[in-house]
Design a protein around this ligand. Structure first.
Ligand code: MN3
Length: 251
């Protein structure tokens, strides 16, 4: 996270110069707030670490802007991982438990593990199912056949996932899952919950998951969640999504 720490230092120096110029108190508060945010996302040690982003921060432009990607990855995602590492360091009984096991059996663990293991798992999943516009491929035939059978059409899938995301009040995720009955289904979850969790209303294997927290789209789309959900398909990595379906069906 060297980029964020150098950013923090730069802002801090700028803040120092502003202070020397004796500018207004409000400006001082702003300049001091930046380094503390950057410091909060410094990687901490522990069993959990971020996956490498499979593309640059700017690779999803113009659908998702580089600044949103940088903040989302280096602050929010890293923040969940840091908190998870901090929580598991407090009790010996949490050591040697894999992320997938925390997520699957989340009802056994404290709320902080539900939120932060969910945040880690969901974002790692999300980064992988996106690709640059124009390089994002198309659904496999077997996935398209299942979409046609269970959802209707690709347009129905897009509309259905937009509806699920818009109906989710506050923060959460819109999902396409392979249900335990072997059928595709559109669902949504609050906060950092997901359909793998034992507490989920609709359980299944995620094939697509779209982050509908404001931090995922607000800088570019402001409050227009529907527009973000419509544009998102231009960065859907169909190769990865089709592979998720293939693996879920084989499981
Ligand atoms: Mn997010």
């Amino acid at each position: 996270m060297s980029e964020s720490s150098s950013f923090g230092r730069r802002e801090f120096i700028r803040g120092g110069i502003a202070a020397a110029g004796a500018v207004m108190a409000a400006d001082l508060i702003k300049s001091v707030a930046v380094p503390s945010q950057a410091a909060a996302a410094e990687a901490t040690s522990g069993p959990f670490s971020p996956i490498k982003l499979p593309y640059s921060y700017g690779a999803l432009e113009p659908v998702i802007d580089a600044e949103t990607m940088e903040i989302h990855y280096s602050k929010h995602y890293q923040g969940y991982i840091n908190k998870l590492n901090q929580i598991v360091s407090t009790d010996q009984k949490f050591s040697n438990i894999a992320l997938a096991d925390f997520v699957r059996n989340v009802s056994k663990y404290p709320e902080g593990i539900r939120n932060n293991a969910g945040g880690d798992w969901n974002h790692a999943f999300f980064w992988k199912i996106m690709a640059s516009p124009g390089k994002n491929g198309a659904p496999s035939k077997e996935l398209m056949d299942a979409i046609t059978r269970d959802i209707g059409s690709l347009e129905d899938l897009k509309n259905g996932m937009a509806q699920a995301g818009l109906a989710r009040f506050g923060s959460g995720w819109s999902w396409l899952i392979l249900g335990q009955d072997g059928r595709l289904k559109i669902t949504s979850s609050p906060n950092q919950d997901n359909p793998v969790m034992d507490i989920a209303q609709e359980r299944g294997t995620p094939i697509i998951g779209i982050d509908v927290w404001e931090h995922a789209y607000y800088l570019k789309y402001r409050s227009a969640r529907a527009e973000y959900l419509g544009q998102w398909w231009n960065v859907a990595n169909w190769e990865e999504i089709s592979n998720n379906f293939k693996q879920a069906r084989a499981a």
